[in-house]
Design a protein around this ligand. Structure first.
Ligand SMILES: [Zn+2]
Length: 268
């Protein structure tokens, strides 16, 4: 079922814009949209095409680009409120799984080679033959640039998934597919969810992040309040914006299984 999120309003009691401390404000998102337009302008033909789209994002005629901070904020309000409704009263039935697949790493300058559809298809095949093949799964892709001492940085596409299954079953399903390596010390981290409206909304925001960073050597590519996170350069921001735009909102998400509170999941 298609998720027509731009025709929907967030669930008011669970709208992170109203209820979650620290959620981005409209003014912040609007400033970052203007700032991104300045960064993109003149960098390439594709970047200039994206400038034309983002610069015309207005109230009533939103651009709907998944690179647009204003439209991302709007998507996150609907998406996160829906997720919070699924998990808040059943936190003990859900876990969060953060997965950093080594094989998805790409050199800086080559992020356009990342194929989200292929990455999702690979995950689907892994799940099909696993003890969590029928579990509801809601999440998405996140991006970080991992830096190293004396080596070129790498983009690290990774996933953050909420899974309605026990920690043990999720470990059996996922861990064998994602080995650790020297640059990925913990490829899979699985944690039970905690109860509460605030934590449900906060967890939901991790499935579709609005800000992206460089991560210093020795720190994890995830990290929500990571002290060693650094801003991306203009060239890196351009690379990432073009990828996000190409993927679209639903392209970046992962939705699987069935859930009464989130009918737009897909079972394949
Ligand atoms: Zn927009």
């Amino acid at each position: 079922m298609k998720f027509r999120f731009f025709d929907e309003n967030p669930i008011s009691d669970l709208d992170p814009n109203q209820k979650l401390r620290g959620f981005e404000t409209f003014d912040t998102a609007s400033d970052s949209r203007k700032n991104l337009v300045k960064v993109l302008r003149g960098r390439s033909v594709d970047a200039d095409q994206l400038v034309d789209i983002l610069a015309n994002c207005r109230n009533g005629t939103r651009c709907l680009s998944a690179a647009c901070p204003v439209c991302v904020r709007r998507f996150r309000m609907v998406w996160c409120s829906r997720i919070a409704r699924c998990v808040m009263n059943n936190a003990d039935r859900w876990c969060a799984a953060s997965i950093v697949p080594a094989e998805l790493a790409l050199p800086r300058g080559e992020l356009d080679r990342f194929e989200v559809t292929r990455a999702k298809e690979r995950l689907r095949k892994q799940l099909e033959r696993s003890p969590i093949k029928r579990a509801a799964i809601i999440g998405g892709f996140d991006y970080a640039l991992q830096t190293f001492d004396g080596r070129a940085p790498k983009w690290r596409p990774h996933m953050y998934l909420l899974i309605e299954a026990s920690q043990g079953r999720i470990e059996v399903a996922l861990k064998r597919h994602y080995p650790n390596d020297p640059d990925t010390r913990k490829a899979v981290i699985i944690k039970p969810l905690t109860w509460g409206i605030q934590s449900s909304m906060k967890t939901a925001t991790y499935t579709f992040k609005a800000e992206f960073y460089k991560r210093a050597p020795g720190t994890d590519v995830r990290g929500n309040s990571d002290p060693e996170q650094m801003s991306l350069s203009p060239a890196e921001r351009t690379e990432l914006a073009l990828l996000l735009h190409k993927q679209g909102f639903l392209g970046r998400t992962i939705r699987r299984g069935r859930h009464a509170d989130f009918r737009e999941l897909t079972t394949r």
